[in-house]
Design a protein around this ligand. Structure first.
Ligand code: PGA
Length: 269
């Protein structure tokens, strides 16, 4: 069963008190939506305090981190290991384009981080996306080919997932995040996203198995808000959204979660 997953990536935002208010309000507003999953990813330093402030939460509501280092412990100043996150959160965003662009994160590093998360039983949310908007209307064949170019969506994803077996692939979530759509107020259309997510799913089927490809959740991220969430979320190949800016606004985020809750579950044949 592919349950819709709505993830809020707060990035480097919120004070501690803002973080607690945002979390408790969203928890309350999504309590009854138990057929979707809601994940909030605050900055590292707020995770423990939020967890304590929450005390209890329903199983469909959880916390995530925005990154992790791949070593378990040692002389790595400033870094946080998956062992440290274990018990604090359930998900970890990896390979976000901001980490790739600003902090030099490569597919090889993302691959090591995925393996570290899986060792600690944390669920990685692996982000990939193309830099330039595809012109699928006019240049269909060459543009689709572009998705397979070195450093683009497909090779980047396969490189990031290198060495994982079927069981491990089942445990991950993929976030398709076209870089040109992140923080630009210019989201991709539902049809566009569905098209690329379908290609991603077929690649999972080809490289692992059809069965696994039907289980892996593929999210979309890039300027999602209450005005476009329904159209995006109701595409067959899209299993949820990774929300940046709009996740900091309670009303917006709750409207997105409600749009997801209107989508029927997709079950395996
Ligand atoms: P955005 O960010 O929703 O603000 O575009 C998405 C992301 O960075 O994951």
């Amino acid at each position: 069963m592919r349950r819709s997953l709505i993830v809020g990536n707060w990035k480097m935002n919120t004070s501690f008190s803002e973080a607690v208010v945002l979390t408790t309000t969203i928890k309350k507003g999504t309590e009854h939506l138990d057929h979707i999953e809601v994940v909030l990813c605050p900055p590292f330093v707020w995770l423990l305090g939020i967890k304590e402030a929450l005390r209890t939460h329903p199983p469909h509501f959880s916390l995530g981190a925005q990154d992790v280092y791949f070593e378990d412990e040692g002389a790595f100043t400033g870094e946080i290991s998956s062992l440290m996150l274990k018990g604090l959160c359930r998900y970890v965003i990896l390979g976000h384009s901001e980490r790739r662009r600003l902090f030099g994160e490569t597919d090889e590093i993302v691959n090591k981080k995925i393996k570290a998360c899986l060792r600690s039983r944390l669920t990685p949310i692996v982000a990939v996306g193309e830099k330039k908007r595809l012109d699928l209307e006019h240049e269909f064949e060459s543009e689709v080919k572009r998705l397979y170019d070195k450093g683009n969506v497909v090779p980047s994803l396969l490189e990031s997932l290198k060495g994982l077996d079927k069981e491990e692939i089942r445990e991950i979530v993929i976030a398709y995040e076209p870089i040109w759509a992140i923080g630009t107020n210019s989201p991709a259309t539902g049809i566009y996203v569905n098209f690329v997510c379908d290609i991603i799913r077929k690649e999972i089927a080809k490289n692992w198995s059809e069965e696994v490809s039907q289980e892996v959740r593929i999210l979309y991220g890039g300027s999602v808000d209450s005005t476009n969430a329904y159209e995006i979320l109701h595409q067959p190949e899209i299993d949820g959204v990774l929300v940046g800016g709009a996740s900091l606004k309670t009303r917006e985020f709750l409207a997105i979660a409600k749009a997801a809750a209107l989508k029927p579950d997709i079950r395996n044949a």
